[in-house]
Design a protein around this ligand. Structure first.
Ligand code: NAG
Ligand code: NAG
Ligand code: NAG
Ligand code: NAG
Ligand code: NAG
Ligand code: NAG
Ligand code: ZN
Length: 471
């Protein structure tokens, strides 16, 4: 009880709001303490990330702690076992005294800015292991004299760094030009700031007609940089491997399936995370708040949707389902297809790539009381995905129902595609790592994570093929 009172004091703003600003009792418009209002680029010097093992706490204590951490810090991840939270120095200083005695807190990142710097670095071509100080925002290294990338090889330096959105778009354009018979791009809508939302669809010219579609999306959460990077790596690997081995797995996948990748569903947020605020998660939509912008895309889908109160929260779900043009466009694609190619049948599989946690999860996320009729098959295929990743020397991924692996969230993409879209094989994945670097994965882990995705999703496609298409 004492603990709860202390936590509530914190939630009420005792440490949450800088003292030079007037106290705003209306939490709905309070700016979380971790947000630094700057004209330029947010910095995280001295910010810490803590992992709190709360497995011994009652549900009520967890809920209280969660809401305090949500209003004073920036929750990175929450599972039934642990909660990871990013805190500015003046809140971090108080943390140990606020943790209930039945929980254990460990500092996992002592200085967040150091990790932010690392994730922005561009390796210098030719200097293995060395990282340049060149501007990460412009001039990413290229392979070719004309400033392009050599897309005929997975060895291209493109995959050595986290690229700005402009470079990702340019790389994908190059892929479409290099593999015109197999890959095409289609605009499925626009972001709230007017950027195109692009889907890249791959299928062999000599493949099955009306092949079932596998839809892979990433980038809903802007700060999870390894998602788009590995979605692009996956697409690139399918095309290169098809070329190199006409009898290989990629060739089979692209003969039997149409594979659609939407690598950057939240382009505005991705740009904002890179140029202004590395920890930005939402889109950049005006939500009518006084200060805060943005809808959390992955709580904004139209199944078991719940409106939320805190416009400044990183998990603000908006006031109505599909309020975000990005989720509306994606759902429209899944249900209706495009104007040129109206959908004849629903996609067969849907995978939403996030980070971090190394999880491969099936619906539902909103509740553990509703069990999907396909749970056993989804679990079996998920175990196959984890096994395929381990077989190629990757790390352990855990499979399970989303509501049990993380905290429950309403308005989740995979819940929607499964329940409303009738997409039987719906998953959401948390890619690397398990918290050492969190969202700030260093660039040398892009390829290994991309390789996890290639192995895992190829195994999923083959599982579906073997059980449903040619049993
Ligand atoms: C959290 O604590 C419980 C109980 O002490 C333990 O079983 C579990 O492994 C811990 N989890 C992590 C991620 O450290
Ligand atoms: C949970 O409780 C058990 C038994 O009292 C204890 O051994 C363990 O260390 C506790 N775990 C945490 C994370 O506090
Ligand atoms: C991060 O990089 C900035 C310059 O971009 C530098 O001023 C700062 O000292 C670096 N911080 C750490 C912790 O490396
Ligand atoms: C691109 O990479 C391939 C494979 O490494 C190589 O054979 C080819 O010469 C490269 N192309 C150019 C233009 O450098
Ligand atoms: C692919 O398989 C066919 C038939 O099994 C075989 O004739 C052909 O040589 C193989 N091609 C390659 C490049 O392995
Ligand atoms: C599919 O198209 C119909 C007709 O235009 C529209 O009413 C519906 O909202 C669309 N579905 C989605 C999920 O956008
Ligand atoms: Zn995410």
């Amino acid at each position: 009880m004492l603990v709860t009172t202390a936590l509530l004091a914190l939630a009420m703003g005792a440490f949450a709001i800088p003292h030079q600003q007037p106290f705003d009792p209306d939490l709905a418009n309070a700016i979380p303490a971790y947000i630094q209002e700057t004209d330029g680029v947010d910095r995280y010097d001295g910010h810490e990330v803590w992992r709190i093992n709360w497995s011994n706490l009652s549900v009520a204590s967890r809920t209280a702690l969660h809401s305090v951490l949500e209003s004073t810090g920036d929750i990175w991840k929450a599972t039934p076992d642990v909660i990871d939270v990013h805190l500015p120095p003046r809140v971090a200083a108080f943390l140990p005294s606020l943790i209930p005695k039945d929980a254990q807190a460990t500092k996992i990142v002592p200085d967040l800015q150091a990790l932010v710097n690392l994730s922005l670095a561009h390796p210098v071509p030719g200097l293995a292991g060395a990282y340049a100080t060149r501007s990460p925002l412009t001039n990413p290294p290229t392979d070719l004299p004309d400033g392009g990338w050599n897309v005929s090889t997975l060895g291209t330096v493109f995959h050595d760094a986290f690229q700005p959105l402009s470079a990702m778009d340019r790389f994908l354009d190059t892929l479409v030009k290099a593999f015109p018979a197999t890959l095409r791009a289609v605009e499925i809508g626009q972001s709230s700031e007017g950027r195109p939302l692009r889907a890249y669809t791959a299928h062999r010219a000599d493949g099955k007609e009306d092949a079932p579609e596998v839809v892979i999306i990433s980038g809903q959460h802007a700060r999870e940089w390894v998602g788009p990077a590995s979605a692009i790596y996956f697409l690139h690997a399918l095309l290169v491997n098809l070329n190199d081995d006409p009898n290989g797995t990629a060739a089979k996948v692209l003969r039997e399936f149409t594979v659609t990748v939407v690598p950057t569903l939240n382009p505005d947020g991705i740009v904002y995370s890179r140029e202004h605020s590395r920890m930005w998660r939402k889109n950049r939509q005006d939500v009518g708040g006084l200060v805060c912008k943005g809808v959390d895309l992955n709580t904004n889908w139209g199944y078991e949707y719940r409106p939320s109160r805190l416009a400044c929260s990183e998990s603000y779900s908006g006031q109505r389902p599909f309020e975000a043009p990005e989720t509306a466009a994606m759902a429209n694609y899944i249900v209706n297809g495009t104007a040129d190619a109206p959908r004849k049948r629903m996609p067969r599989a849907f995978i939403d790539l996030h980070s971090y946690g190394q999880l491969f999860m099936f619906p539902y996320s909103f509740s553990c009381n509703v069990f999907p009729p396909d749970a056993e098959n989804l679990m079996e295929a998920g175990i196959g995905v984890a096994k395929a990743i381990r077989m190629i020397g990757g790390p352990g991924y855990q499979t399970g129902q989303a509501c049990q692996s993380t905290l429950r969230f309403s308005g989740d993409a995979a819940d929607y595609t499964y329940a409303v879209g009738q997409v039987r094989w719906s998953y959401s994945a948390e890619l690397r790592d398990t918290g050492t670097y969190g969202f700030m994965l260093p660039p040398f882990l892009i390829r290994p994570t991309g390789i996890d995705v290639v192995a895992g999703l190829s195994a999923l496609a083959l599982f579906i093929y073997n059980t449903e298409i040619e049993p």
